[in-house]
Design a protein around this ligand. Structure first.
Ligand code: NAP
Ligand code: MG
Length: 506
């Protein structure tokens, strides 16, 4: 039994009951869709609170029958939705945005409970994003425009954009509400209907948010599929009733989904992992750089971000200075229960992920690398029960070592010295990933040289990687295929382009 403060016990119970309520609503919705037939295979996936390791709830494993029924309903609803006046579609998306502004504090607590992300530093911010994403795409409904081509005196071509039909959006657990919003609002704005595969570790949060908007949407326009990735997720993305798959998650799952899509000749967009470099220039202000590392590496999310700057390059002569300054800043990070308002960083999401990260740290140490841990643990007993990993830095690992090449997806960054800018850029570009890259400093020539040379889909100068509506977002290499989050990306991802040729010579 874990002793928690009264306040924490109360907050945890409140989050638990709100999460259970959302899951009960979701079960009922599925049961109503299915009539008398059981919605699940009866198996279900057990979920745990990462901060304590205690079991929370079991989410239903959607049956084939439920998935097929959802897809049939989505197929029936799509032509009507596509033909709904743009002004009406925009109005519905805007109404969803208004609805998503309600009950944010309850939603933030469920999110913190099931993912282990810090309530104060992560969840309270994330719950504000879905409304702004729905508002952005509400505005884009009127912006779907093609081009015209004057091919001859009486020969004209013009292009038009058309929704794919039914989209399967597969959402990762790490920023689940934001990705759910992108994967509902963008395809809907484009005239598709949508099925969302909820991540196991954030199903209650997604159900809670979906409950806020479900009554505003036409029947069959959006549904959530719960259950395991290899079970319900795989059935969804390989169903012939799905026209487009939009996946965000790991490289490993992305590869399996890409293979399946190739087999079926189905259009697919993949937003995958990263091993993102951050080059700090000699003239960069030390405090700015240190804050930049804490923010860019997403230490407040225990490093669990696809754009986390997990490879930090500093001028070799400044290594000692950075080592000390980063150590001090990391020791200030309070590590505790995600629902504790004092916590800067909670645990990692699962026992399996904790073990995976610890294996990287153990093998780095046994290979003789210089590995240091930091952080201010708020409750030593809780720390041994939950899935905690302290923030770590690994100094000057060889470039070929797995800790320099593979996505650890935890609070572990490497700090490596460089001798020249060319040398730093060469390091930055030598992994198979290509999601984001950043450069920090005042020398504008050097900043622009790096920006130009980085092989990555997203580049920042003196800025953490952020996903903002309007900015296309996506990687190259094993970081993914295609983009999300902008007008252009909405057209490319959720619509196909048609070329129309007219001869009006008479
Ligand atoms: P994941 O294990 O690949 O899972 C992502 C989603 O795919 C989950 O909903 C998962 O369901 C589902 N899934 C798993 N196997 C499937 C299959 N065979 N068919 C269909 N769906 C399947 O990734 P994660 O652990 O949730 O998220 C972390 C990873 O996502 C990291 O690698 C991170 O870098 C990446 N990520 C990328 C971006 C980006 O925009 N580039 C953003 C955020 C995260 P279950 O939860 O039920 O297993
Ligand atoms: Mg996973």
């Amino acid at each position: 039994m874990i002793e928690l403060s009264n306040e924490l016990t109360k907050r945890r119970a409140r989050a638990f009951s709100a999460g259970e309520g959302a899951l009960a609503w979701y079960r009922q919705r599925c049961a109503a869709t299915m009539g008398d037939v059981d919605m699940s295979t009866g198996e279900g996936v057990k979920c745990y609170d990462p901060s304590t390791g205690m079991e929370t709830w079991t989410i239903p494993e959607s049956s084939d029958h439920l998935i097929n029924t959802f897809i049939e309903r989505a197929r029936r609803a799509q032509p009507k939705w596509m033909k709904t006046e743009p002004a009406e579609r925009a109005k519905i998306l805007w109404a969803c945005a208004d609805a998503l502004e309600a009950e944010q504090s309850e939603l933030a607590e469920i999110l913190a409970l099931e993912t282990g992300k810090s309530l104060t530093h992560e969840c309270k911010g994330e719950v504000t994003l879905p409304a702004s994403i729905f508002r952005y795409f509400s505005g884009l409904v009127h912006e779907i425009k093609g081009r015209s081509i004057q091919a001859g005196p009486k020969l004209m071509g013009y292009t038009t954009y058309h929704p794919w039909g039914v989209v399967a959006g597969v959402v990762p657990w790490n920023v689940p509400l934001m990705f759910m919003a992108y994967k509902i609002a963008a395809p809907l704005a484009a005239g598709n209907t949508v099925l969302i595969k909820a991540p196991e570790q954030a199903t209650a949060s997604l159900a809670y948010a979906f409950r806020l908007i479900a009554h505003l949407l036409p029947d069959g326009a959006v549904e959530i599929v719960s259950g395991s990735g290899s079970g319900a997720g795989n059935k969804l993305i390989s169903n012939p009733g799905i026209d487009k798959v939009s996946f965000t998650g790991s490289v490993e799952t992305g590869r399996a989904i890409y293979r399946q899509a190739a087999k079926d000749f189905r259009s697919v967009t993949l937003e995958l992992g990263g091993k993102n470099p951050m080059i700090i220039l000699e003239d960069c202000d030390l405090d700015k750089a240190v804050n930049g590392v804490i923010g860019s590496m997403r230490f407040t999310r225990a490093g669990q971000s696809c754009t986390a700057s997990s490879r930090i390059y500093v001028p070799r002569k400044l290594m000692d200075k950075y080592r000390e300054a980063l150590g001090l800043a990391l020791n200030d990070l309070k590590i505790g229960h995600a629902l504790d308002p004092d916590t800067h960083s909670g645990p990692v999401v699962s026992k399996a992920q904790q073990t995976r990260i610890q294996d990287y740290l153990t093998s780095a140490a046994s290979d003789g690398l210089d590995v240091k841990s930091y952080g201010n643990v708020l409750d030593e007993e809780l720390f041994t029960k939950g899935y905690f990993v302290k923030p770590h830095l690994i100094f000057d690992p060889e470039h070929e070592h797995p800790v320099s090449q593979e996505e650890i997806f935890g609070p572990v960054a490497t700090l490596t010295g460089y001798d020249s800018l060319d040398n730093a850029i060469e390091f930055a570009n030598s992994t198979d990933f290509g999601l984001s890259a950043s450069v920090w400093g005042r020398d504008i020539d050097a900043c622009l040289t790096c920006a130009d040379a980085f092989r990555a889909g997203i580049v920042q100068i003196n800025q953490n990687a952020i996903m903002l509506p309007g900015f296309s977002y996506g990687g190259i290499g094993i970081s993914g295929v295609g983009k999300e989050s902008s007008l252009e990306a909405m057209r490319e991802t959720y619509m196909f382009e048609k070329t129309n040729i007219v001869n009006f010579a008479g």
